[in-house]
Design a protein around this ligand. Sequence first.
Ligand SMILES: [Zn+2]
Length: 335
Amino acid sequence: MNFGYREVCLDHDTGPRHPESPDRLRAVRRALKERHGVEYVAAGDVDLELVHGVHDPDYIAEFREFCDDGGGNWDADTVAVEATWDAAVASAGLAVWAAETAMDGVSARDTPFALGRPPGHHAVYDDAMGFCFINNAAVAAQAALERDADRVAIFDWDVHHGNGTQDIFYDRGDVFYASIHEDGLYPGTGAIDETGEGDGADTNLNVKYQPGADTADYLAAIDEAIAPAIADYDPDLLVVSAGFDAHEHDPISRMRVTTEGYGAMTQRMRTLAEDCNAGLSFVLEGGYGLDTLSDSVTTVHEVFDGYRPMEPDDDVSEDARDVLDEVAAQGFGSK
Ligand SMILES: [Zn+2]
């Protein structure tokens, strides 16, 4: 894969006990060092005009001023320092680079993955929250639309609901948002009956699973609901909001996705994008176990380097089956 990365993303200092630390990127890069076919690209800062396509310009100005004044606690969990602005515009720039590279058409081996921070999917139209300031995946989608995409799909496999991405595109028909997330976790949004409104009706798909969902449950959600819905939508670009905190050993969730499971999900996204004749790009979101994060990103990379991940042989749980029935009742799904 081609990884978008810039050192300035390490300068977003969240303090000594914050799970969203620069060590996350360091761990991923250390793991990728030993792998074949890894390239790094240092893309430029995001164009603020693009950011203003998905965020309130007044909020963005306020965020910039907050950093210029030295930063601090935006809220209890979301902290900034002076350098956070530079990291955020770099991180969003990497996501745009990934989207534009994917739109230009690249071989599978060169599939782009934006390895930036701060992450983005909790940032709503006019506010920062949940460690996120600029919604990187949303800006990436906006960039593709302003280039020559008619429709963009975002699939968010981070364990938390991407409330920000949903919020930004909830009434827009040009972006389809799909998420699998854990019930009971931050920020509490992402109910199954939140399916979009106005021009965005039926372009928002939430799979809210109970704690304990495993790889088989995640793959069933993709196979039965998310992939068919995205194929119907026929996007020109598929962006994966790739958080790795649903991993069975991640410290902050109770989901049980395996490292191999991230490979299997990646394989499905690759096939889905090919079937839609769409570009495919990845944007890093969460993932807080340094080993599980770096192993999982490495596995995503390996799928584009010829590795075929193993399929789980366990059955879909009854809890998951009930959720997928509810999702199907909203018009998404084959069951
Ligand atoms: Zn997360």
